[in-house]
Ligand binder design. Structure first.
Ligand code: GLU
Length: 443
């Protein structure tokens, strides 16, 4: 049995109750085998056994009082997965589906994603099973303050730097930051995704979506194609989806869909980003309001957009939203590129099917790394007490995405899987972390 298979088998036995974590770990470990063969010392140093076990898992109670005066209790988490190359770095997810398995999968992915950015950031993730939907601003603040009242003792600008993720945007980061500052009596860059008036970086909001589209342009160039004139189906209507749609349309593509948890919008005239931003960011309303404002847009209740004809699919909503059946529908309708804007939106079977049917596939840990990359740039700006212009940050983002593309495609080629960006991203992300872990001894 190969070293990677051995470790996968151990994980499956030990964490049978953590399916998302097993899925993420399996996808990575399988593709590392060629790198492991080239470095037998990794096995003798039990490198994989150490890599799959988080350095620290913090779980805590988050009590808060709702608008009716009732006490609510949520479960809060921070997974400090790996600090070999820098302080733990990764978002906080606030969603009812949050549990240990989901956060361990996200934290594990984050290690390789952050390594690919070329910036010194380790991997972490956190959040709570809190549902921000329908909550008042005061309830959100009460939750965030209670969450930080426990979390603050474990984080710091050189220790662990949380950020946004699903359910955690600028408003939540503001409340979390205010509470951290109050408890520590110290202003520091302990969170990223901050508002511009208190240390945030220009282009952080746009970074994940823009970065995914920049990544896509390199994939297209590899095949001698360009984005102008292509049709794209996007899922999601959050931060990633909105800015992926904006950049794609700026570069001449037509974005046909966006979606939320109740269905998807098809707009034959191309998604109007200004209307979408108004509905989602200003009014915090449902996508049905978008349809009401656009003459030819249609809302398809309870469905996902993958049955529509498009050249490119960008799943930007959540994990496992693109199943084998969806992959089959995309291929049948001529889709040739799939770029993951969300974390692990494509199931393992769907990924394999797409790759076997000549779809050029970009895994999230490479394609959506632009968000955390600009978080890294926000940390640099905070450390030097400066702020850079939008163009400067955007230029750096573009060169980081270009370098991620090059390292993933080069590693894929060097290790015998030319054109397979899943292999390439995993191997390239892993090698840097592995080297750092080996240099630091058994820890
Ligand atoms: N949650 C985002 C991600 O999945 C961003 C993390 C960050 O900026 O630290 O990469």
């Amino acid at each position: 049995m190969s070293y990677s298979s051995e470790v996968i088998a151990q994980l499956k036995e030990r964490y049978a109750d953590q399916p998302e974590f097993i899925q993420a770990a399996q996808e990575v470990l399988v593709s590392l085998q060629p790198a492991l063969d080239a470095h037998p010392e990794y096995q003798s140093q039990a490198l994989l056994e150490r890599l799959v076990e988080p350095e620290r898992v913090i779980m805590f109670r988050v009590p808060w009082v709702d608008d009716k005066g009732q006490i609510q209790v949520n479960r809060g988490y921070r997974i400090e997965f790996n600090s070999a190359i820098g302080p733990y770095k990764g978002g906080l997810r606030l969603h009812p589906s949050v549990n240990l398995s989901i956060l361990k999968f996200l934290g594990f992915e984050q290690i390789f994603k952050n390594s690919l950015t070329t910036l010194p950031m380790g991997g972490g993730k956190g959040g709570a099973d809190f549902d921000p939907k329908g909550k008042s601003d005061r309830e959100i603040m009460a939750f965030c303050q209670s969450f930080m009242t426990e979390l603050y003792r474990y984080i710091g600008p050189n220790t662990d730097v949380p950020a946004g993720d699903i359910g955690t945007g600028a408003r939540e980061i503001g409340y979390l930051f205010g509470q951290y500052k109050r408890l520590r009596n110290e202003w520091s860059g302990v969170l990223t995704g901050k508002g511009l008036s208190y240390g945030g970086s220009l282009a952080r909001t746009e970074a994940t979506g823009y970065g995914a589209v920049y990544f896509l342009t390199h994939m297209l160039a590899e095949k001698g194609e360009e984005l102008a004139g292509k049709t794209i189906c996007i899922s999601g209507a959050g931060n990633v989806a909105i800015y992926a749609a904006q950049k794609a349309q700026q570069l001449g593509a037509c974005v046909l869909t966006v979606s939320d948890s109740s269905g998807y919008v098809y707009d034959p005239d191309g998604i109007d980003v200004a209307t979408l931003k108004n509905v989602k960011e200003v009014r915090r309303a449902r996508l049905t309001d978008y349809v009401a404002a656009r003459p030819r847009a249609m809302y398809h209740e309870t469905q996902r957009p993958w049955g529509e004809k498009c050249d490119i699919a960008m799943p930007c909503a959540t994990q496992n939203e693109l199943s084998l059946e969806s992959a089959q529908a995309l291929v049948a309708h001529g889709c040739r590129y799939v770029v993951e804007g969300a974390n692990m939106p494509t199931t393992l079977e769907a990924t394999t099917y797409l790759q076997e049917h000549d779809v050029f596939f970009a895994p999230g840990k490479a394609a959506n790394a632009g968000g955390v990359a600009v978080s890294g740039l926000e940390m640099s700006q905070n450390a030097e007490h400066l702020s850079w212009s939008f163009d400067e940050v955007d230029q750096r983002l573009q060169s980081i995405m270009a370098s991620i593309y090059t390292s993933a495609s080069t590693a894929a080629k060097d290790y015998g899987h030319e054109g397979n960006l899943v292999f390439g991203a995993n191997i390239a992300g892993f090698l840097k972390v592995a080297e750092a872990m080996m240099a630091q001894g058994v820890c």
